[in-house]
Design a protein around this ligand. Structure first.
Ligand code: 26V
Length: 807
């Protein structure tokens, strides 16, 4: 891409401002500048975007499509400037003009088209695919409403709609000429054809037009621009014409319009429990059908190959089971629309689709009722049924040792379609997202499938884009790193390992310390502005930011805070390093216990933060509306990263990687990717505590443990729980009975009490370690040095070479 001098950039800016907004720079608002700079970036990248497409066409490049119901992309202006190589000059130009870049960037609405880890992973992957020069595209839904905006009122979470498209979204381009039609409902009729085969004719279906909106995905300074295609549901043009004709069916049509547009209406905000909602199934099919139709159209246009060879050029990675209808839909399109036989279509399908699993939580496993699938997608259901029949017969004849397992393995059983089974059976690769997670899939959750298809299973430990999560969000740390090891780490994050040579270098350690202090100061200002609470910048910033879920155990964290508070009340002169506990978390709107925990955190904050008796040694901060942009502010300032899930439950985690990369030390269980972090940095550079996965699984197998025993024997625990139950803890009118009962009478399903003591002990080690600043800085540098492995560049290279077979 072009380079500009500062002066040239200012001229460009002025020129654009007058032409696009009819303003001089002095009169331009930050929002004007936001739109104008975005437009400059778009102009810059458009030729490369076209060229990238042409290159793929000309070279008939093999391509991957990453299908996901969620892309949590956050803001794009700053990262696009960075990747186009324009960030420095833009910042310098703005500074000359007396403008603050941050004030401008924040006019972009944070695109929250995802719930959490799974959606953010998809966004990081797109960045790495483009930056590594791979031909890969994202395909998702252009929800009119993203993940809800969280407000807290008296400690209660309130959800507000996130109408992110209220104003123009400068990054998208509507491509109506590439629209396709998606059909729902109706009936299927079979007609014998002259060659003896059957023709399937659909009648009385509801037609929905899928209109693509393309968002550019800019590679890091490599002239590659790939595409994230987001589909929007609209009424078909003929049907919208009907609305303008006089008719006594007007309201009927209006109602129909509404139900069509609903399909891309909003993102489902629940990532903790599966609910068989018809609209969600419609969304899934809408995404899958539109995407695969688009793929087939392009394949026929760009490749000089028959569709029986589609898998030689195309691979479709499905992000969890949410897009697993890709299996029957690809079958349907190849057979009914393209005339392939069952066997030909099956060969293509099972060589094209690859599936990533992101959770072993049984409550998140997708199962759709057969009656719903039959009614909404009659032909697709016939195909699922046939896949199931053939699979079960194959088991019966080819695997007599598995005969008694057929009901467990079938796609259809108990009048439900088991989407994970469909995904495994219909794909050539099944991967977990961290080593332990994949092992649990192979040995436990998907044991029988692993027995049948051992070669299909593989691990791809997650990663994050170090460009956004280090280079962009922590420019001072990045500069300090570059000063000592040079800039190669930016293209080759593994080079961060050279930092180990500086883990005893006093000037470098001082520099790292200075940067952390500055980042903490900045966060402290934000916290003060948002919450009114003044925090001690010298205190340990102890951070837990992630969705609120019982298994992630924010409850264990707040119990630790209550414990410290109780100790300080008993012994106000106790010598502890001041701590600031920072939380950010959205609860699914219908997740009662999760909302109770949010309320508890606020309640504890309201007492602890204002108690003069503890000399400001503890502060509890809950930052409202945790999202990508807020994460970007918090992560560079973290000293401690809380990764304390019940072992075996967190598939990988990615926040752990982001904080490690920014020099925070992890306190965590041996779960998900924490294990791989520990393996690299060594026990002396991480705080590991608590039950191990195998111990947790053993307990589950034997009906859990007796939580009451701990309540009865550990005074600290009993005190905390009694404070919750009997309202002694601060205001009398607030009680947390549901939390109390869940722990004591539902037997603490996530082992909060069981891990309480080791957690407290581990925190004591943290506290002690922090007192030795030099040692702490060394540990911090060691963590940064080893974090290169967790760049999504490494992950994507593994996907590309082992699954996608891309050049
Ligand atoms: C689950 C569900 C359940 C059914 C209804 C809708 C819905 C929507 C999203 C989800 C997401 C659950 C899976 C998930 O987010 N897993 C997370 O994936 C991260 C990326 O691999 C990983 O780091 C986290 O450990 C894992 O919890």
């Amino acid at each position: 891409m072009k380079t500009y001098s500062k002066e040239a950039f200012v001229t460009l800016l002025e020129d654009k401002l007058t032409r696009k907004r009819r303003k001089h720079i002095e009169d331009a608002s930050d929002k004007d500048l936001y739109y104008v700079i975005s437009s400059i970036v778009k102009d810059e990248l458009t030729p490369q975007w076209l060229k990238t497409k042409e290159n793929y066409q000309k070279n008939e490049t093999r391509q991957v499509y990453y299908l996901s119901m969620e892309f949590l992309i956050g803001r794009l202006l700053e990262s696009n400037l960075l990747n186009c190589g324009l960030l420095d000059v833009c910042n310098a130009a703005l500074k000359d003009l007396g403008r603050n870049p941050e004030d401008i960037f924040k006019h972009e609405h944070d695109a929250g088209l995802g719930n959490g880890g799974l959606g953010r992973l998809a966004a990081c992957f797109l960045d790495s695919i483009a930056s590594l020069n791979y031909a890969g595209h994202g395909s998702g839904i252009r929800y009119r409403y993203g993940l809800f905006e969280q407000r807290i009122i008296h400690g209660n979470q309130i959800e507000l709609p996130d109408y992110w498209l209220k104003e123009e979204y400068p990054w998208e381009t509507r491509k109506s000429d590439e629209s396709v039609e998606v059909h729902f409902g109706g009936t299927v009729h079979m007609h014998p054809k002259s060659d003896g085969s059957l023709e399937f004719v659909y009648q009385d279906t509801d037609k929905v037009t899928a209109v693509p909106y393309d968002v550019p995905v800019v590679g890091y300074q490599n002239n590659v621009v790939n595409t994230l295609r987001l589909w929007s549901a609209e009424l078909s043009p003929e049907e919208s014409d009907i609305l303008s004709e006089p008719s006594n069916q007007y309201y009927h049509h209006l109602d129909h319009t509404h139900s069509v547009e609903q399909i891309s209406g909003f993102l489902y905000p629940d990532d903790s429990s599966y609910e068989g909602k018809e609209l969600r199934l419609k969304q899934q099919f809408f995404l899958v059908s539109a995407t695969i139709q688009g793929i087939i159209i392009k394949f026929k246009r760009n490749f000089d190959l028959p569709l029986t060879k589609m898998h030689e050029k195309i691979v479709i990675q499905i992000n969890d089971t949410h897009p697993s209808l890709a299996v029957p839909e690809l079958m349907r399109l190849l057979m009914d629309e393209e005339g392939l036989s069952w066997d030909e279509a099956w060969k293509v399908t099972t060589n094209t689709i690859a599936y990533t699993n992101h959770t072993t939580l049984s409550e998140a496993l997708e199962k759709w009722s057969t009656s719903l699938v039959k009614q909404l997608l009659p032909r697709v259901y016939m195909i699922i049924d046939e896949i199931n029949e053939r699979f079960c017969q194959g088991l019966w004849f080819d695997h007599p040792e598995m005969r008694d397992k057929i009901p467990e393995l079938a796609i259809i059983s108990d009048e439900q379609v088991h989407m994970a089974h469909l995904a495994i059976i219909g794909s050539f690769s099944v991967n977990g997202v961290a080593r332990i997670h994949t092992e649990i899939l192979k040995k436990k959750e998907m044991k029988n499938f692993y027995h049948l298809f051992p070669k299909r299973f593989n691990n791809k430990t997650n990663g994050i884009t170090h460009r956004r999560w280090l280079l962009q969000v922590n420019p001072c740390l990045s500069e300090a790193i570059t000063d000592v090891i040079g800039p190669q780490w930016i293209k080759h994050p593994n080079k961060l390992i050279s930092l180990l040579r500086y883990s005893n270098d006093a000037p470098f350690l001082d520099k790292i310390d200075q940067v952390k202090r500055k980042n903490k100061q900045t966060l402290a200002e934000l916290i003060h502005k948002q919450t009114g609470v003044a925090i001690d910048e010298e205190s340990i910033f102890d951070v837990q930011i992630k969705r609120l879920h019982e298994y992630k155990r924010q409850l264990l964290n707040i119990f630790h805070v209550i414990y410290l508070y109780n100790e300080l009340k008993e012994n106000p002169s106790m010598d502890i390093t001041p701590r600031t506990f920072i939380f950010g978390a959205k609860a699914a709107p219908s997740y009662h216990l999760a909302k109770e925990v949010i309320k508890l955190i606020h309640h504890v904050a309201s007492i602890v933060n204002f108690d003069k008796g503890i000399n400001d040694k503890l502060k509890v901060i809950f930052l409202e509306n945790y999202n990508v942009s807020l994460a970007e502010k918090i992560i560079p300032a973290a000293d401690i990263s809380e990764q304390i899930s019940t072992a075996s439950k967190e598939a990988s985690g990615t926040g752990n990687m982001k904080m490690m990369m920014n020099g925070a030390l992890t306190i965590g269980t041996l779960d998900g990717a924490n294990i791989e972090i520990r393996d690299l940095v060594g026990d002396e550079n991480i705080f590991i505590f608590g039950l191990k996965a195998q111990e947790v699984l053993n307990y589950y197998q034997h009906g859990g443990y007796i939580a009451k025993d701990i309540y009865n024997t550990d005074d600290r625990v009993r005190k905390i729980l009694d404070q919750l139950h009997y309202g002694e803890f601060g205001a009398q009118e607030i009680e947390f009975k549901d939390i109390f009962y869940n722990i004591l009478y539902h037997n603490d399903p996530y082992f909060v009490l069981k891990d309480f003591d080791p957690y407290i002990e581990s925190h004591e080690l943290v506290e002690r370690a922090y007192r030795n600043k030099r040692e702490w800085q060394k540990m911090s540098v060691t963590n940064i040095a080893y974090s290169g492995k967790f760049s999504s560049d490494r992950t994507i290279k593994e996907y590309a070479s082992e699954i996608w077979k891309l050049r």
